[in-house]
Ligand binder design. Structure first.
Ligand SMILES: C[S@@+](CC[C@H](N)C(=O)[O-])C[C@H]1O[C@@H](n2cnc3c(N)ncnc32)[C@H](O)[C@@H]1O
Length: 268
């Protein structure tokens, strides 16, 4: 039986991790992409805007030689992640270190792979700020290091709308609320709500104040920051040609769909 959730008792980080993150798939993508580009396994990961460090917890479990350092300015998700994602790893937890610091701070150890997932780097709203972040990342990577970020786009991503996703076990509904979007500055106020079968709702469980960035302008910025390449990895489609198949491959041509998620992979 699925756990019964209700607004009064639900833990917003449990819901977020279930509804939003696919950390195991993300880690596979990071490792496979590094191996494809560099012909060997990556060892050290840096996860920016790490929240609860779920992704890094999968990274250190993927190989006994893997290590990770994670950065977030908010102590709340870091503390939650320490208790729920890191400490349960036992001895493996020693290979993962959290830092309650700005994502623009330098690494303790030069990473083979550095990532920023779920569009979190969109917190940087000015071109100069984003460029500065990317320059810092480029300088900070190990020799042969790569930087991987995700993004979403398509016409639906710049409209004010609410998108509801019912979990497959029907235990709750995840709501992505594109509440206010300014087409002139690209600034967006976005929320995540959770709705429960008993009619209760966790409203504004998470709120983001971001700029919506476009794929081509991010590629240009990465090259301006000194990366030698900045390639798009585009999702394939299922046999019906309608929905994504979860397989991302390097591509220069994509379908002009209403909504997409893609990765950008930049090499030092
Ligand atoms: C959308 S959550 C991302 C959580 C996780 N990375 C994921 O993939 O779902 C964004 C996180 O970025 C953090 N954050 C915002 N500005 C930051 C900054 N300048 N440096 C580090 N972390 C920051 C927030 O505290 C928040 O935990």
């Amino acid at each position: 039986m699925p756990k019964k959730f209700t607004a009064a008792s639900a833990d917003k980080y449990v819901l977020y991790q279930r509804a939003v993150q696919s950390a195991d798939q993300d880690v596979d993508f990071l490792i496979d992409t590094y191996k494809e580009l560099r012909g060997r396994k990556p060892r050290h990961l840096r996860e920016d805007f790490c929240g609860t460090c779920l992704l890094s917890s999968y990274w250190v479990q993927a190989n006994k030689n893997n290590t990770a350092e994670t950065y977030d300015i908010d102590p709340e998700p870091l503390t939650w992640g320490l208790k729920n994602n890191i400490e349960p790893l036992g001895k493996k937890a020693k290979r993962l270190t959290q830092y309650q610091e700005d994502a623009r701070n330098p690494s303790r150890q030069a990473p083979d792979v550095r990532c920023a997932q779920n569009f979190s780097y969109w917190v940087f709203k000015k071109r100069a700020e984003m460029l500065d972040y990317f320059i810092g990342v480029q300088n900070d990577l190990a020799k042969d290091g790569i930087f991987i970020i995700d993004l979403h786009g398509g016409p639906e991503s710049i409209q004010e709308l609410e998108e509801e996703t019912v979990m497959t076990d029907k235990s709750f509904t995840y709501v992505w609320d594109q509440d206010a979007i300014n087409p002139i500055t690209g600034e967006a106020r976005l929320h995540i709500h959770f709705r429960f079968p008993d009619g209760t709702e966790l409203t504004d469980a998470f709120t983001y104040d971001w700029r919506l960035w476009g794929l081509p302008e991010l590629r240009d910025l990465l090259i301006d920051a000194g990366f030698s390449s900045a390639n798009c990895y585009w999702e394939g489609t299922d046999e019906d040609g309608e929905s994504g198949d979860g397989v991302f491959t390097q591509s220069e041509v994509g379908d002009a769909c209403l909504s997409y998620v893609a990765y950008l992979v930049a090499t030092k």
